[in-house]
Write a protein that binds this ligand. Sequence first.
Ligand code: COA
Length: 189
Amino acid sequence: MLPCPDEIRTERLILRRWREDDLPHFARLNANPHVMRFFLKTRTRDESDAEARWFAERFAVDGFGPWAVEVPDVVPFAGFVGIWRILRQMPFTPAIEIGWRFDESHWGKGYAAEAAKSALQDVFLRTDVPEVVAYTTKQNEPSQRVMKKLGMRYDPTADFDHPAVPDRHPLSRHVLYRISREAFVETGP
Ligand SMILES: CC(C)(COP(=O)(O)OP(=O)(O)OC[C@H]1O[C@@H](n2cnc3c(N)ncnc32)[C@H](O)[C@@H]1OP(=O)(O)O)[C@@H](O)C(=O)NCCC(=O)NCCS
């Protein structure tokens, strides 16, 4: 594995390591019920800070991680996008996941897909990770659209009930998408 870069620049974005001054912005996004409508609940400031710190630590642990996303000349922190090893036991683990969450004011601009493509490219070209998965609740169509734009394939045999969501909760049923390094490189990063 080659060393992880400090940042990745895309056409419109900077994917960078987390900073302390990202925390209040991340907390505001995590406290917004509309942003969090496909999660069980919004996050308190402490929960949000803990999540950001866990994300920030992934880079040292795994050599890749979820990046803070900056839109230069627009906003220092719009959300996060990146890749991490799933620690919870799930029906499809062990696995490495890609995920994203942006503040509502930055939806509908193609930022999530642009950042995610570069994050995937970095991991597939720099590390020996063979496959990346993404999962979300069945109702989360915006997130599944991002997965499809990346060339990820829905695995219809792999729908599952999320172990942390109560039985028969409307958000419990989840879908799984996958992409291998071969498929990503074939379709052109
Ligand atoms: C999931 C989430 C990141 C998707 O964000 P998004 O902005 O809709 O996704 P994209 O970056 O792909 O941008 C999508 C839209 O930007 C539009 N767009 C505008 N300008 C664009 C440009 N220059 N380039 C590309 N797309 C552009 C596209 O038309 C596209 O619309 P479409 O998806 O209907 O085709 C966002 O809804 C979110 O943060 N949700 C809350 C958290 C969440 O659910 N996270 C996932 C949990 S699994």
